[in-house]
Design a protein around this ligand. Sequence first.
Ligand code: MTE
Length: 314
Amino acid sequence: MLIKRKEDIASSEITPESLYFNRREFIRAASAFGVGLAARSIFPESLMAQDKWPKGKKGPYDTDEEVNSYKDITTYNNFYEFGTDKSDPSQNSGRFKPKPWTVKVEGEVKKPATYNLEDFIKPYKLEDRIYRMRCVEGWSLVIPWRGIPLADVIKKLEPTSKAKYVAFETIFRPDEMEGQRRPYLNWPYVEGLRMDEAMNPLTFLAVGLYGKELPNQNGAPIRLVTPWKYGFKGIKSIVKIRFVEKEPPTTWNISAPNEYGFYSNVNPDVDHPRWSQKTERRIGEFLKRKTLMFNGYAEQVASMYAGMDLKKNY
Ligand code: MTE
């Protein structure tokens, strides 16, 4: 995500995304000579060895596209709590402690409580789901997540009839998350879904990937996954789930309301104000590919937005 402060950036100074991306790629490639080996060594050998997910569609929600490598998925991240470069989350999240962990459920719900993570997920069977993920910046990944459908959790928590939205909050721990010591985003990171979006069978709470526990840089120990929305909806390291009546604030909307809306559905026909959303670069590939409406999940999600102007509700 690109941070822009209106007050101190003249419009002539704003770098188009394509140039920005190329420059970042160049810096990344250049610095790989210097730090590549060091960065690699923070991952246990057993995980680095298991760099391929078995091919093929296993469940009804899986894409049959080729899965990205474990290394791609765990070293090319956005997690601003650990810094703004793609390599920062894997390099700076080593001190973060995702255990023990609690999730607080509050608001319009019949069973508000603070749960230990183990108790929170114990009632459900963990599933593996291979999802296409599209970042608003124009890159994409295919990730084999492990987790539980959010709908199952919500049914068990019993929201009241007043609950129209679900709000999520990331942990605030500036001692372990160096990015939180700087005010480039409003901390803690917050996100939200409309209730029908939260209940959609695709909506997932991930606790792992590649069949392993979620690495810190990917949002350990529990994060949201909504594959038809831009990646920033997928809030990481969740400590609070609140059922609310009104549309909750979301971090990127607070930061740049004309660029990031509440819905954030992947839509090749609605450009970001500073760049096109028509194509994307799959990490690991050279040529760009066309971005699909709702990231290819239209069949499962389009009906939720019937009659809505998706240019206004971006
Ligand atoms: N959650 C928090 N708390 N902080 C963040 O900076 N970045 C978002 C999202 N969740 C972010 C976050 C963005 S912009 C993206 S693209 C995805 O996480 C990236 O997830 P990944 O690194 O696991 O691929």
